[in-house]
Design a protein around this ligand. Structure first.
Ligand code: PRP
Length: 206
C-alpha cells in the first residue's frame, strides 16, 4: 500500500522544504512539522482499547492506544523526524538504525544497531525523509523483521518511483506513507526534482 498525502499543509510545507534558499534551521522545522502531519495519517488505523476515566462530572468511556509503538529513525536524516512525532506519542520507544549509502554502489552500509534481542514494540514506524533506490529502507526493514517485528510502516517525505517499487517488492506487507512521489532518480541516485541531501540540509554539512 502506498499512501501519498493529499493534505494542503503537507503540499505547502514540502514546497518550502525543497527550496534551495531554505536554511538549515527552517529546514529542520519543516522536517519536524511534515513528520508530524505524515505520522497523523500513518497512525489512523492503530488499534485502541476501551477504558473508563473519571471526569469532573462523572464517568466517561474513552480509549487508549492498544499497541506499543517504536520509532525507528534511520541515521542521520531520519533523526529530524523523531521529536515532533514523539511529542504526539510520548510513550513510544525510539530505536536508532545507522546506515549510509555507499556513494559508488548506492548500496546501504550498516554502522549502528543496538536493538535488544527480542522485540519490545508491536508497531514500528521507520522514519527516513528520503526513499531513493529503496535500499536503505529495505535493509532497515530486514533488520526489524530479523529482530521479530511483525507490523512495520515506512514514513518518509520524498520518494522516487524506483524506490517505491523496490521497497514494495522487497516488503509488500509494509505500507509506505509519503508526502510526495517525485519524477525519478538521477544517475547518481538522487531524487529529482527532490530537495538535495536531506541529511546535509538538516545538519548544515552540505
Ligand atoms: C540518504 C537518506 C536515506 C538514503 C536513501 O541517507 O536519508 O537514508 O540516503 O537512499 P536509498 O533509498 O537509495 O537507500 P545517506 O546515505 O545520504 O546518509 P545520511 O542520512 O547520513 O546523510
Amino acid at each position: 500500500m502506498v499512501y501519498e498525502s493529499q493534505h494542503p499543509l503537507v503540499k505547502h510545507k514540502l514546497t518550502l522544504l525543497r527550496k534551495q534558499s531554505t536554511e538549515p534551521k527552517k529546514f529542520r522545522e519543516l522536517v519536524r512539522e511534515l513528520a508530524m502531519l505524515l505520522c497523523y495519517e500513518a497512525t489512523a488505523d492503530l488499534g485502541v482499547r476501551g477504558i473508563e476515566v473519571e471526569t469532573p462530572m462523572g464517568r466517561a468511556s474513552g480509549h487508549e492506544l492498544a499497541d506499543k509503538i517504536g520509532l525507528i529513525p534511520v541515521l542521520r536524516a531520519g533523526l529530524g523526524m523523531v521529536n515532533g512525532i514523539w511529542e504526539m506519542m510520548p510513550g513510544a520507544e525510539v530505536w536508532h538504525i545507522g546506515l549510509y549509502r555507499d556513494e559508488r554502489t548506492l548500496k546501504p552500509v550498516s554502522y549502528y544497531n543496538k536493538l535488544p534481542t527480542a522485540p519490545t514494540v508491536q508497531v514500528c514506524l521507520v522514519l527516513d525523509p528520503m526513499l531513493a533506490t529503496g535500499g536503505s529502507a529495505s535493509a532497515t526493514i530486514d533488520i526489524l523483521k530479523n529482530w521479530g517485528a511483525t507490523r512495520i510502516k515506512f514514513v518518509g517525505l520524498l520518494a522516487a518511483p524506483e524506490g517505491i517499487a523496490a521497497l514494495q517488492k522487497a516488503h509488500p506487507d509494509v505500507p509506505i506513507y509519503i508526502a510526495k512521489i517525485d519524477e525519478r532518480l538521477n544517475d547518481i541516485g538522487f531524487i529529482v526534482p527532490g530537495l538535495g541531501d536531506a541529511g546535509d540540509r538538516q545538519f548544515g554539512t552540505g
